[in-house]
Design a protein around this ligand. Structure first.
Ligand code: HEC
Length: 447
C-alpha cells in the first residue's frame, strides 16, 4: 500500500470538486439504469412464472414486453451500466484516502456481480424471444416424428434456459446493487464502519435503509417508464387487445403509486441518519427538493387517473428522473462534506508537490507561521473549533515540551474524543518543529 500511496499524485481542491461533479453526472445515468433493470427483470420473471402456471398469454406477453423496455439495447447496457460503474470506481479510487479502501472493494465486487447479472439478463431476454417463436409454431404439425420431437425438445430447453437465466440474472443484479449501495454508503459515514465484516456492513441499518430506498426508487422509475413507453412515446403502443392494455396500465400505475408513496419515508430516514459532518444547507435543500418533487409526481399521477389523460405520463416520468437526480446530488454533497478533511490534506500536499515541481529551491525557507497559515489553519483555530479542536484547549499539555508536540505533528494520534483522527500533514521534522514553536508561542496570547 505504501508503494501505491507514493504513486498517487495529490489532487488540487478544484480537481476534487470536479470529480464530485462527475460522480453526480455518472450516477444520474447509472442509478436510473440499474433501477429499471432491477424491477423490470423482477416483474418479468414474476409474470413469466405466473403466465406459465396459469397459461395466461397476456402475462407472458407482459413478461417479454417488460424486458424489451428495460433492456433498451445491448450497447445501452454497456454504456449506461458497465462504463458508468467502472468510471465511478476509478473516481472513488482518487477521492478516497487509503483508509477507506474497504469501500472500493465493495464497488469492485458490485461491478463483477453486475457483469454476471447483465449477461444472464440478456440471455434471459433473448431466450424469451425464442419462446415466442416457439409459441408461433406451436400449431405446426409435421409428419416427421423426429422433427416434432426435436422442436419440442428445443422448446423445453429454451424455456428452461429462460427461467434459470432470468432468476439468476435478477439475483446477481440484486446482490450487485446491494454491494454498490454498501460501497457508496461507507465513505459518507467514515466513522460508523471502522472494521466490519462483510455481513455486518451489508446488514447494517445504514446500508439496508439506503438499499430499501433504491428499491422504491427502482419501482417508481420502472412504473413511470412503463407508463411513458407504453402509452406516450411515439403516440403510444398499438395493443392487440383491450384486456392486455388495461392490465399493463393498472400494473404500471400501481407500481408507481406504491413506490412513490413509500419513498419519502426512506428519504427522511436517510437524512436523519446522516452524520453531522455531512450535513449542510445544500444537503437539506436537495432533500427537500426531492420530497416536493415526489409530491408533484403524486399529483400528476392523480390527475392522470382522474382525467383519464395519459399525457401526464410524460410529466410523471420526467419528475421521477429529477427526483433521482436530486437524491444523487444530495448524496454526493454529503460525501463532499464527510471528506472535507481529506480534501484539505490533499490540497496541502498538492501545493507542496507543485512547489517542488516548479522549483522548490528557489522558494524561501518556510516559517512556522507560514505552515500554520497554509496547512493547519484550514482545520484549526486558536480559540474555536474548526475541523480539529481549538489550540487554546489542546496546547497547554505541551507547554515546555516542544518535542512531544513535534512528535504528535509528525505522527498524529487520536487524543480528543468526539473528533475524527487528524490526518498526517506530511511535514518534515524541521517544518514540524518550526510550526510547533510558532503555535506554542502564539497560544500564549489566548491564555
Ligand atoms: C485536515 C484537518 C487538520 C489539519 C490540516 C491539521 N489538523 Fe491538527 N487536528 C485535526 C483533528 C481532527 C484533531 C483532533 C484529533 C484528535 O486528537 O483526536 C487535531 C488535533 C491536533 C492537536 C491536538 C493534539 C492533542 O494531543 O490533543 C494539535 C496540537 C494539532 N492538531 C496541531 C496541528 C498542526 C500543527 C497542524 C499543521 C501542521 C495541524 N494540526 C493540521 C485536524 C487537522
Amino acid at each position: 500500500m505504501n508503494f501505491l500511496d507514493k504513486l498517487i499524485i495529490p489532487l488540487s481542491p478544484k480537481h476534487i470538486m470536479l470529480l464530485h461533479y462527475m460522480l453526480m453526472l455518472i450516477f444520474s445515468l447509472f442509478i436510473p439504469f440499474i433501477s429499471i433493470l432491477l424491477s423490470g427483470t423482477f416483474f418479468s420473471v414474476y409474470f413469466k412464472n405466473r403466465g406459465v402456471k396459469e397459461n395466461d398469454s397476456n402475462k407472458l406477453r407482459l413478461s417479454k414486453d417488460l424486458m424489451e423496455v428495460v433492456t433498451i439495447n445491448k450497447s445501452m447496457g454497456i454504456v449506461l451500466g458497465v462504463l458508468t460503474l467502472l468510471t465511478s470506481i476509478l473516481i472513488y479510487m482518487q477521492l478516497l484516502s487509503p483508509g477507506q479502501s474497504q469501500a472500493i472493494s465493495y464497488l469492485i465486487a458490485s461491478f463483477l456481480l453486475f457483469i454476471i447479472g447483465l449477461v444472464l439478463i440478456y440471455t434471459y431476454f433473448y431466450s424469451l424471444k425464442f419462446s415466442q417463436v416457439f409459441e408461433a409454431i406451436k400449431s405446426f404439425k409435421s409428419d416427421d416424428k423426429v422433427i416434432e420431437n426435436e422442436i419440442s425438445e428445443l422448446q423445453s430447453g429454451s424455456r428452461h434456459l429462460s427461467t434459470t437465466s432470468g432468476k439468476f440474472g435478477f439475483f446477481f443484479l440484486f446482490v450487485s446493487v446491494w454491494f454498490f449501495i454498501a460501497g457508496s454508503t461507507l465513505p459518507i459515514y467514515p466513522d460508523s464502519f471502522s472494521a466490519g465484516s462483510i455481513l455486518s456492513v451489508l446488514f447494517s441499518w445504514l446500508v439496508v435503509s439506503r438499499f430499501i430506498q433504491i428499491i422504491f426508487i427502482s419501482g417508481a422509475f420502472t412504473g413511470a417508464t412503463l407508463l411513458f413507453a407504453f402509452f406516450y412515446w411515439d403516440g403510444g403502443r398499438k395493443f392487440n387487445s383491450e384486456e392486455y392494455k388495461s392490465m399493463v396500465r393498472s400494473f404500471s400505475i400501481r407500481l408507481t403509486f406504491t413506490s412513490i408513496i413509500i419513498l419519502p419515508i426512506f428519504l427522511l430516514i436517510n437524512l436523519v441518519t446522516l452524520p453531522s459532518d455531512s450535513l449542510s444547507a445544500a444537503v437539506f435543500f436537495y432533500s427537500s427538493a426531492a420530497l416536493v418533487l415526489i409530491f408533484l409526481a403524486y399529483h400528476y399521477l392523480y390527475v392522470m387517473i382522474r382525467n383519464q389523460n395519459i399525457k401526464y405520463s410524460l410529466h410523471i416520468f420526467v419528475t421521477v428522473i429529477v427526483v433521482i437526480v436530486a437524491i444523487v446530488i444530495k448524496d454526493q454533497l454529503a460525501l463532499t462534506n464527510a471528506n472535507e478533511m481529506q480534501t484539505v490534506v490533499m490540497g496541502a500536499k498538492y501545493e507542496e508537490v507543485m512547489q517542488k515541481l516548479t522549483g522548490a529551491n528557489k522558494a524561501p525557507k518556510i516559517s512556522g507561521e507560514d505552515i500554520y497559515k497554509n496547512i493547519c489553519s484550514s482545520c484549526h483555530s486558536f480559540d474555536h473549533k474548526v475541523v480539529g479542536p481549538p489550540y487554546k484547549q489542546t496546547l497547554p499539555k505541551y507547554k515546555g515540551n516542544v518535542d512531544k508536540l513535534v512528535a504528535f505533528i509528525l505522527h498524529p494520534t487520536q487524543n480528543n474524543p468526539g473528533y475524527p483522527p487528524m490526518p498526517n500533514p506530511g511535514l518534515n521534522p524541521a517544518q514540524a518543529k518550526a510550526v510547533a514553536t510558532y503555535i506554542l508561542s502564539e497560544v500564549k496570547k489566548y491564555e
